[in-house]
Design a binder for this molecule. Sequence first.
Ligand code: PXL
Length: 288
Amino acid sequence: MLKRIVTIQDISCFGKCSSTVALPLISAMGVETAVIPTAVLSTHTGGFTRYTFRDLTADIPKIAAHWNNLKLHFDGIYTGYLGSREQVQIIAEFFDTFRSDSTTIVVDPVMGDAGKLYAGFTSDFVLEMRKLCRKADVITPNLTEVSLLLDTPYPETYTEADIQSYLRRLTELGCSTAVITGVRYDEEHHGASAYDSKTGQFYSAFQEHVPEQMHGTGDIFASVLTGALVRGASLQEALSIAIRFTVDCIQATVDDLHTLPHDQAPWYGVEFEACIDNLVQYTKQIGK
Ligand code: PXL
């Protein structure tokens, strides 16, 4: 039976992130992907300036009411970039309405990167996002978002014991599983670590570090993780596929970097299109 998820995040019309990453990737994994756009921007906010921003908060309860009448069922709900505090509250209600025993809720608490909040986010928003994380099954913060969620300084350096302590504290917010992205214990590797509070088990997946900053990689990771979990992958399988595919995309982009305007290249998003065949193959291996 075809699985169905809904992803709730913005549409950045150019720049390959959020919905324009989630839709093609999760579909390529053989999972139907409905969308609720939270805002429409001409580009994402991570590098471009003078972007347009149309807030769609008022549409979300109407879409939810219509879907509730249709009695739609979702095997997964995956949220990413949310545009306002009010929107986070509305989405918390959406979870209550559409969650069933078989629904996996993944919250990527998109708020910042490299120790800084993204443009337009405030500490009030962080408080609201913390509450949304409480309602999730899985959350996927990067280390900047970990520091915001746990109200702890951004860690420039850390050990495996620090990451395990963050993971435990993140699940204490109320989600059963926490995943931290962008983890590096040495110069050569880059990956993600996870903790399932129901079993007390830690998991991780690492690949070779590619020394380039690129935009949208967190959205690729969270999309593939969601697709894999909804397809029945174990947490370890989902982590491994998500890290492997994210690094495939980064590597494909590095190979092509010289063809893009040099000063803008990292903002243009990664070339996941070149790697979709890999994603289809990784998905076929789930459970084998
Ligand atoms: O990739 C996360 C993201 C999603 N959507 C918008 C963003 C960002 C990060 O900057 O600006 C609009």
